[in-house]
Write a protein that binds this ligand. Structure first.
Ligand SMILES: Cc1cc2nc3c(=O)[nH]c(=O)nc-3n(C[C@H](O)[C@H](O)[C@H](O)COP(=O)(O)O)c2cc1C
Length: 208
């Protein structure tokens, strides 16, 4: 009887031990899975949806206007989101950035990307967002289209500008994505940093 009790108790405690032993790696893996995706996102600038999406929203932004549209597309379409970033960041100073964009436009140089889109082949439809720089698409967009095969992908641009329109940006996209199915995109006039800077200058002058 005692033996049975003892063996029952020891069998329960063995089960508990086994359970704990199994739970430990599970707990560790639960913790690591909590952190891994975020580390990956930060490293490769991608935010993936719960289900594996066939739609990607890829965007470049300096001052955040284009990101507003990108975030809405991602939310509404349950798409994956990728921020296009250059390997070497553009200058934080506005005028220095304008000068650099102008140099890249004149030279036609491609600006290296920080990251490529992971699992690019999984996507069938790409929303591509960017601001107008010097009446065209920023050099980083030319690089993006050169380094990602858009053959047979549906490509839908969304573009923000600061009141001077789209310039030749759509033909730049067409030229660099010759085999994509290019759909009519979306564009919007947005606030310009330059206007804000001028208003703040006026305000500071008034303050003396
Ligand atoms: C370097 C640079 C060049 C720009 N050139 C133009 C331009 O040629 N035409 C225009 O309408 N807006 C121009 N803008 C304004 C931006 O296109 C506009 O503010 C855009 O919404 C910014 O988007 P973002 O906040 O996503 O960076 C320029 C802005 C920068 C920083």
């Amino acid at each position: 009887m005692n033996d049975t009790k003892h063996s029952k108790r020891s069998s329960v405690s063995r089960r508990q031990l086994l359970h704990r032993a199994l739970a430990l790696p599970l707990t560790l893996s639960a913790w690591s899975s909590l952190f891994k995706p975020h580390q990956t996102e930060a490293q490769v600038s991608i935010q993936t949806s719960a289900v594996s999406s066939k739609t990607l929203v890829a965007y470049f932004t300096r001052s955040g206007n284009t990101r507003v549209i990108a975030n809405q597309l991602q939310r509404d379409l349950k798409a994956d989101l990728f921020q296009i970033e250059p390997a070497t960041p553009y200058p934080a100073d506005y005028e220095a950035n304008v000068a650099e964009a102008q140099r890249e436009k004149e030279s036609g140089a491609l600006r290296p990307l920080k990251n490529q889109v992971p699992q690019w082949n999984q996507y069938e439809r790409i929303f591509l967002g960017f601001p107008i720089w010097g009446t065209t698409a920023p050099a980083i967009i030319r690089t993006f289209l050169t380094e990602h095969d858009t053959r047979d992908k549906v490509l839908i641009p969304f573009i923000t500008h600061g009141k001077y329109g789209l310039g030749n940006s759509l033909s730049v996209v067409r030229e660099h994505a010759k085999h994509a199915k290019l759909l009519k995109g979306y564009s919007e006039e947005c606030d310009q940093e330059r206007d804000t800077m001028e208003s703040v200058d006026k305000w500071l002058k008034k303050l003396g």
